[in-house]
Design a protein around this ligand. Sequence first.
Ligand code: APR
Ligand code: PHB
Length: 389
Amino acid sequence: MRTQVCIVGGGPAGLLLSQLLHLKGIDSVLLEQRTQNYVLSRIRAGVLELGTVDLLRKAGVSARMDRHGIPHDGVSIACGNQEFRIDFRQLTGKPVMIWGQTELTADLYDARDERNAQTFFEVRAVNPQKVDTDNPFVTFIHNGTVHRIDCEFVAGCDGFHGVCRKAIPDTVRREYERAYPFGWLGVLSETPPVSSELIYSAHPRGFALCSMRNQSLSRYYLQCPMTDRTEDWSDNAFWDELRRRIPEAAADTLETGPSIEKSIAPLRSFFCEPMSWGRLFLAGDSAHIVPPTGAKGLNLAASDVHYLYHAFLLHYREGDSSGLSEYSSKAVARVLKAMRFAWWFTNIMHLLPDQPEFDRRMQEAEIDFIKDSDSAQSMLAENYVGLPY
Ligand code: APR
Ligand code: PHB
């Protein structure tokens, strides 16, 4: 079997890259270790930067998003009984788009099905080989049979737990990580959102976030200890704690209902350098993880794909490989700026266990400063809506 680009991983990064390349006549095969339904069952974030929106439109998979997505012009920041709004539209001229990752992943798979794209699901033992030569190939097992795909490039879009990052030699690859001493307990409920925009709330009991997927599907998060398990949290316990941590006006109008999904996710900042090695290129969570506070995970996968897509176009159309050579440095530069924002926002909004009282007062002072400072609000807005590609 032979293809131009062998894409490992059928999440947003791999799907979007494959779709964009296809529209330019560049052939790819996609390997995914799970089933399509399993990938579509994952509940992930739902805030898209305009760069991501534009890329989905370019990929021809934006019809449902353009019809049902909800543009948001700002968010609320709450700290104790103070609440203020960050006006993206006024500060940056740009909104963000509320559109669930599950939805865009479904649109990308629908596009694959329509064009009978070659996808191998439930693959095993995926092994990118000779990626530092001009003749890379990928072996894998599918339905008990060993397969080999000879290709010109390998795109490692296989997420944090994938294999492609490790195909970069240990002597070359540098990894940086910070694990946060808490997690996010998330609940999805078929209830109207408590507010027309997102509310990020710093509270002495812990962080809370009020989000949504649409006008009848809400998404809420509570900071929780990493030792917590979902079975420790009844729905009533969740709603009671949420009410304690969000502004009173919101708590009074909160509509609750049975959780249709409940999960706990760890928070981590992670990135590896370089994001390429020979003819292997990493994109998305395979190369970096950000805490969800800044809603950057999916949007960084999109900007990686933007850089890699244009690099492949330059190579295949003009015979110019400068884009491929510059990919890693360009992608890492944008990743690190978004990672800084997500790290900063996480640290000022969350209660850090065993935190000295002085540090907690400094957190409150920083949020209070943002409340009264146009320049601080502009910094937050500029990062939240997405830095330029
Ligand atoms: N072989 C094939 N597929 C693999 C392998 C492997 N060895 N290991 C992992 N995968 C698949 C996973 O099953 C998953 O479907 O790769 C895909 C990676 O998708 P994501 O983890 O969603 O990563 P990415 O496409 O970069 O999207 C980033 O997804 O997880 C969220 O928060 C993250 O919003 C961010 C976005
Ligand atoms: C979500 O809606 O899942 C969401 C929104 C904003 C975040 C994180 C998650 O920062």
